[in-house]
Design a protein around this ligand. Structure first.
Ligand SMILES: NC(=O)c1ccc[n+]([C@@H]2O[C@H](COP(=O)([O-])OP(=O)(O)OC[C@H]3O[C@@H](n4cnc5c(N)ncnc54)[C@H](OP(=O)(O)O)[C@@H]3O)[C@@H](O)[C@H]2O)c1
Length: 226
């Protein structure tokens, strides 16, 4: 049994990951901004606990974490000339700075134990690019660099670091963007289920996946193929 922190575990992809890992017998802690929602979800999925608060306003983790899943993130659709400065700060803070800060906090204990798993949730937009989502794509591409660098740095400590890059998943984040036109652009003509991402996380944190590190894994129904 591992102690696992899933940021943004209150809904969407993070919830599916937290649920899967809790069902697998792990001690899962979820984060989000709404304490009531978190309490309800934590009860439903039998999570070990929750941390409520806006991550971009500060991160305070006192628990010793074995597995960190950096999932919380926001999306912005905007032509580059319309991006507001304050949005750059807000998005880069949550999507990139917070994951770095969390790694900084959890790695010392993982090093001591000589075991750890860090999974970053990126996006296919950070791999192949997305028109009118340059800010978001840049933040997710940054996570790829973080993943590869940390994987190298931590390899000798039994800590693996990987990034999963999903294509389109039906969640609150995408509900205003998903339509038949989008569906037509996806080679498999379907959206990814959050459970598919959760299954991949479950595999990557297992001992049989100990040799997989620094990998940028596209789970995108073929979207990355162009
Ligand atoms: N959906 C897709 O198609 C897709 C595709 C590629 C990558 N992704 C990535 O997958 C991850 C999850 O996306 P999703 O679709 O599941 O999004 P979602 O449904 O919008 O859920 C986002 C989660 O992040 C939390 N969150 C947002 N802002 C926060 C903040 N400032 N502080 C703390 N928590 C915050 C939310 O909690 P509260 O609102 O309760 O605070 C929620 O739990 C993101 O990193 C996203 O970029 C999604």
């Amino acid at each position: 049994m591992k102690k696992i922190l899933v940021t943004g575990g209150s809904r969407g992809i993070g919830l599916a990951i937290a649920k899967k890992l809790s069902e697998s017998g792990h001690e899962v802690i979820i984060t989000g901004r709404d304490p009531e929602k978190l309490a309800q979800v934590a009860k439903e999925i039998n999570a070990a606990g929750f941390i409520a608060g806006d991550l971009s306003e500060g991160v305070n983790i006192t628990e010793k974490i074995d597995v960190l899943v950096n999932n919380a993130g926001i999306y912005e659709w905007s032509p580059v000339e319309n991006i507001k400065i304050e949005h750059i700060e807000k998005l880069i803070k949550l999507n990139l700075e917070v994951p770095i800060e969390l790694c900084r906090l959890v790695v010392p204990e993982m090093k001591k134990k000589r075991w750890g798993r860090i999974i970053n949730i990126g996006s296919i937009s950070g791999v192949v690019g997305e028109a009118n989502a340059s800010l978001y794509s840049a933040s997710k591409a940054g996570l790829v660099g973080l993943t590869k660098s940390l994987a190298l740095e931590l390899a000798e400590y039994g800590i693996t670091v990987n990034i999963i890059n999903p294509g389109w998943v039906k969640t609150d984040m995408t509900k205003d963007f998903i339509n038949n036109e989008v569906l037509e652009t996806i080679p498999q003509k379907r959206y990814i289920e959050p459970e598919e991402i959760a299954e991949l996380v479950k595999y990557l944190i297992s001992d049989v996946a100990a040799g997989i590190t620094g990998q940028s894994i596209n789970l995108c129904c073929g979207l990355s193929l162009g």
